[in-house]
Design a binder for this molecule. Structure first.
Ligand code: HEM
Length: 280
């Protein structure tokens, strides 16, 4: 009959921190010990065969599993973790990046201009047009009609500015370059494309809304643009997209996931440049 009991932790072998869980057994050993990943150590004690099992390998695998911050909650949390670190402290509490460029300063000290804001809105529309056109391809079918789309809302806002006698500028080279880059990724590199997709829509729902409010207070008499309004409850729309992103990423290898996370830098670079237009 198998007998299993914890062994005294005063034995030197148990001082090894690698051996985190022990059991000893008088023959026959528990069938549990035959599981792959369980390391079996044998010792002679009082003429009886003593089996000491450590879960070293299993613990190692678990440790490796927990290597990616946010992983236990799903891939969106991993993307969020990487993105938050790329903010400056002035932009968001969780930010870690050093402030270098004007748009990385606190929005409360920004000095926006209507002309600059219009350039930002026009370039943003080009970027959203691209994302929303690409989402019609079968590869990104999950991300079509999520309710987060911004292109039509921006068209309404630009029309309003026109009615206020503002001249609507052409897209800048920054917007055109980013749009072309996204088109290329959509075709050749879905993981990188999804990184931009996540960052663009989720950034707009967070810092983007705050920027919209502050800029409106400074140069638009507080007028809330359509860009910052959603049909339906925003938190639910975001949650729905989070779940879809997590599901899609479940099919990815670890390398593909890492490739997606590594693209976050570029997403900040392109979006940051377009954001900076507000201050031009
Ligand atoms: C002036 C520029 C920016 C400001 C002030 C800003 C600010 C913020 C703030 C306050 C949050 C919310 C943190 C929280 O959950 O409490 C946030 C979240 C986030 N930001 Fe930014 N951000 C800026 C630019 C960007 C850029 C350029 C990107 C990438 C393109 C980005 C991507 C994100 C993402 C992905 C989140 C997570 C949203 C979520 O939790 O659902 N942000 N940002």
């Amino acid at each position: 009959m198998a007998y299993l009991a914890p062994i005294s932790s005063s034995l030197t072998i148990f001082k090894n921190p690698q051996l985190i869980r022990f059991q000893f057994a008088f023959s026959p050993p528990s069938p549990l010990l035959a599981r792959p990943g369980i390391q079996i150590l044998r010792m002679a004690m009082n003429n009886k065969s003593v089996v000491i099992a450590s879960s070293t390998i299993a613990a190692g695998a678990e440790k490796q599993k927990k290597r990616y911050p946010g992983e236990s909650k799903g891939f969106v949390e991993e993307m969020r973790f990487v993105a938050m670190k790329l903010h400056t402290k002035e932009q968001a509490k969780e930010g870690e990046k050093e402030t270098k460029t004007p748009e990385e300063r606190s929005v409360s000290i920004w000095e926006p201009t209507v002309e600059g804001y219009l350039k930002f809105l026009v370039d943003s529309k080009l970027v959203y047009d691209t994302l929303e056109e690409e989402a019609t391809s079968p590869t990104y079918a999950e991300f079509k009609n999520t309710g987060l789309e911004r292109s039509k809302k921006l068209a309404i806002d630009l029309e309003w500015f026109k009615e206020q006698d503002h001249e609507i500028p052409q897209p800048t080279d920054l917007g055109k370059t980013y749009s072309q880059y996204l088109k290329d990724l959509a075709e050749k590199d879905p993981q990188a494309f999804i990184c931009h997709f996540y960052n663009i829509y989720f950034a707009h729902s967070a810092g983007g809304r705050m920027i919209g409010r502050k800029v409106a207070e400074k140069i638009l008499d507080g007028r809330e643009l359509e860009f910052y309004k959603w049909d339906g409850e925003l938190s639910k729309l975001l949650q729905n997209v989070r779940e879809k992103l997590n599901k899609v990423a479940e099919e990815w290898t670890r390398d593909e996931k890492n490739h997606c996370l590594e693209e976050t830098d570029k997403s900040f670079k392109y979006s940051g440049e377009i954001l900076r237009l507000i201050l031009s």
